[in-house]
Design a protein. Structure first.
Length: 238
C-alpha cells in the first residue's frame, strides 16, 4: 500500500510531463497579463483577441488620403524657411545696390577733400543723380550797391552785405549752345549735380553763363551729344 501511495505522485508527475510534451498546455501572449499557460494550445484566447480588435476597427469610418497629413504638415516650416531666405536675399540685394550707387557717386564726385551737407537720393536708389530737382524755396533778392559794396535787400527792407564768389561756365555762347564738361564718361566730364555740389561745398554763390544772342533769337537747341543724359536725368535740353 505504501508503494501504491508513493507511486501516485510519480504517475501524476509523469502524466503532466507527458501533457506538456504532447502540447496540451501551451503559452500565448496576452496584451495585459504577459505570457500565460492555456489548455488546448491557446487557440481560443488568440481567436478571442483577434475578434475584439476586428470589432474595434469595424466601427471606424473608411480612411482617406486626408487622414495622412505627414507631408502636408511640412508646409508651415517650408514657408517660414522660404520667407526667411527671401528676406535675407532681398536685404543683401538692397545693401549691394546701395553700395554700388554710393561707389558710382564717389566716382562722379569732384575730389576736393570736402563732404556734402546733404545728398539727393532718388526713389530708384541713385545717389547724386535726381530725376527732378526739388523746390528749394529760393527767392532772388534785390541786389543794390551801397557805400562801395553790394547788399541784398529783402521785401521787408532788411539789408545784408553780400560777398560774391563766382565762376564763369563757358559753352552756351558757342554754336553748341551747351555748357562744356557735361559729357561724363570713364575718362573725363561730369554732371550738373556734381558741379553744383562742388560750388556749394566751396562756398561759391554765383555762376556766370555767357550766352549767344543768335542762339536765343534762332531758338538753337543744345547739342545732345555733349551731355550724358544718363547722369544728368534732371536736365531737359529739348
Amino acid at each position: 500500500m505504501a508503494n501504491t501511495a508513493d507511486d501516485h505522485p510519480a504517475n501524476t508527475s509523469f502524466s503532466r510531463s507527458s501533457e506538456f510534451s504532447n502540447g496540451n498546455f501551451s503559452a500565448h501572449l496576452d496584451s495585459s497579463q504577459g505570457p500565460r499557460l492555456t489548455e488546448g494550445g491557446g487557440a481560443v484566447g488568440a481567436h478571442r483577441q483577434t475578434m475584439l480588435k476586428a470589432a474595434d476597427f469595424d466601427d471606424l469610418p473608411p480612411e482617406t488620403t486626408k487622414d495622412y497629413k505627414g507631408r502636408i504638415r511640412t508646409w508651415p516650416g517650408f514657408c517660414c524657411f522660404y520667407l526667411s531666405s527671401a528676406k535675407e536675399t532681398s536685404d543683401l540685394i538692397h545693401a549691394n545696390r546701395e553700395n554700388y550707387e554710393q561707389q558710382q557717386a564717389n566716382k562722379r564726385k569732384i575730389k576736393d577733400g570736402l563732404d556734402d551737407d546733404q545728398v539727393l537720393i532718388s526713389d530708384d536708389g541713385q545717389v547724386g543723380n535726381p530725376k527732378k530737382y526739388p523746390d528749394m524755396g529760393c527767392e532772388l533778392p534785390d541786389y543794390q550797391s551801397k557805400n562801395g559794396q553790394i547788399v541784398a535787400v529783402s521785401k521787408n527792407g532788411t539789408e545784408v552785405p553780400v560777398g560774391i564768389k563766382g565762376v564763369n561756365w563757358f559753352g552756351m555762347e558757342t554754336g553748341l549752345a551747351i555748357p562744356f564738361g557735361l559729357w561724363e564718361n570713364m575718362d573725363n566730364g561730369t554732371s550738373v549735380y556734381e558741379v553744383a555740389a562742388f560750388l556749394a561745398r566751396n562756398k561759391f554763390n554765383s555762376v556766370r553763363l555767357p550766352l549767344c544772342i543768335k542762339n536765343i533769337l534762332n531758338d538753337v537747341a543744345p547739342e545732345k551729344s555733349l551731355i550724358n543724359l544718363n547722369t544728368n536725368r534732371a536736365v531737359n535740353i529739348t
